[in-house]
Design a protein around this ligand. Structure first.
Ligand code: NZQ
Ligand code: ZN
Length: 383
């Protein structure tokens, strides 16, 4: 196991009815900006519950944070924060609203052009405090300190993070997920599954606790995924789905182990250029990446096959192939297609993606050997 520092100060309030406790978590004299997305919370009753929780507080609203939140939109919220002297943010929605609010928290107190936080990795030295109410289990943003922001004008999607960007609290009420359409539940299951594989399908590092946690999350997602999609108001399934997603990316399973994240970094370009949902991009890239990196990941792929899918017979190569096939079938069973062609994307449209990776010269993966040329091979195998 590698050395590590683990710090996660997020207070989680989990369960039905927990939004009622909102007022206890916000400082009494706070001047709040309540942020949300395109309006789902107005249809499912969450907006009204938040408004009644905020009775007696001074607050402003900022709606319209889009999926894959735009820098341009978020900078409008930064203006409101500055003009109205906001000192607390409350994000209500999915990963995009939470990530966007993290960015507002940092950008509002940033000296200089806030885009540098993304493009240059400029250090965040100050951030406004914020809390979250999650309505879409997927990203883990409710219990981590990172986010991903898109500059719409240039189609650039980049991650950022800081220890100052952990939520003060996150309210997770599984009943808020009842209104989710099936494709967003599927996206969430795939996202959490691949957050786990990014931190597990690397190389062995004598970390059996982290491996068992990761295998537990993967097996839980496989068990509950189909039920979460089929049964809209099955509380226990939604509760387990929600907590699986949080646990997949709150830092715990990543302690002391190597991590990959290449599927995510390649997937972000597919969202930036073609607007594909985040979870969809991952389901497309992961199988091709695992096939390309099969030798580097051999031992963990065999372990994944055995402990997650119960594959024990056949040659090593057969077992690895079978584990990848079972993973693809699982994504397909959730209704997520795993080929670029299924989304109408053709090989020639990938040229700007290849050019971008060539110009950045990133070397991705747990061994930093997923070069731009290799990324091209992976993407060409996504058809
Ligand atoms: O905008 P509204 O109207 O709220 O609708 C949203 C949106 O259209 C809808 N939705 C959310 N909760 C709902 C609901 N609809 C009905 N009922 C509900 N209860 O779902 C749509 C998608 O929402 P979004 O927040 O975009 O989805 P998700 O949570 O998957 O977030 C994706 C974003 O998170 C980033 C992704 O890159 C992407 O930008 N990620 C953030 C990470 C992090 N912070 O750690 C890690 C992830 O790997 C990921 O990269
Ligand atoms: Zn993700």
């Amino acid at each position: 196991m590698n050395n590590f520092d683990y710090y996660n100060p997020v207070k989680i309030l989990f369960g039905e009815g927990k939004i009622d406790q909102l007022s206890n978590e916000i400082p009494k004299d706070a001047k709040i900006l309540f942020t949300y997305g395109g309006g789902s919370i107005k249809k499912n009753g969450v907006y009204d519950k938040v408004k009644s929780g905020l009775k007696g507080f001074k607050f402003f609203e900022f709606g319209g944070i889009e999926p894959n939140p735009h820098f341009e939109t978020l900078m409008k919220a930064v203006e409101i924060v500055k003009t109205e002297k906001i000192d607390f943010l409350l994000a209500v929605g999915g990963g995009s609203v939470l990530d966007g609010t993290k960015f507002i928290a940092a950008a509002s107190l940033f000296d200089g052009d806030p885009w540098n936080i993304l493009e240059k990795g400029a250090k965040v030295n100050n951030a406004l405090p914020f809390g979250t109410i999650l309505t879409l289990p997927a990203t883990g943003s409710e219990m981590n300190s990172g986010g991903v922001i898109t500059k719409a004008s240039t189609k650039v999607k980049l991650p950022f993070g800081s220890p100052l960007l952990f939520p003060k609290f996150s309210i997770l009420d599984p009943t808020t997920t009842y209104s989710l359409p099936a494709n967003q539940i599927a996206n969430g299951i795939v996202d959490a599954f691949i957050h786990t594989t990014e931190q597990y399908l690397t190389y062995p590092s004598n970390s059996p606790i982290q491996d068992r946690f990761a295998e537990g999350i993967l097996k839980t997602l496989i068990e509950i995924g189909p039920q979460a999609i089929a049964n809209t108001e099955d509380y226990q399934t939604r509760a387990n789905f929600m907590w699986s997603c949080t646990m997949a990316l709150n830092g715990l399973i990543g302690t002391g182990v190597p991590s990959d994240w290449a599927t995510h970094m390649i997937g972000h370009e597919l969202t930036a250029f073609f607007g594909l949902d985040h979870g969809v991009t991952l389901a497309i890239v992961l199988p091709a990446l695992l096939r390309e990196m099969k030798d580097d990941k051999r031992e963990k792929l065999l372990q994944f096959g055995k402990n997650v899918w119960g594959i024990e017979n056949g040659t090593e190569d057969n077992r690895i192939d079978e584990a990848i096939i079972r993973t693809v079938s699982f994504f397909n069973s959730l209704g997520v297609k795993t080929k670029l062609s299924a989304y109408g994307i053709t090989l020639d449209q990938l040229t700007p993606v290849f050019e971008r990776f060539q110009s950045r010269q990133w070397k991705l993966g747990e061994r930093k050997n997923i070069t731009p040329n290799r990324i091209e091979v992976i993407l060409k195998n996504c058809f």
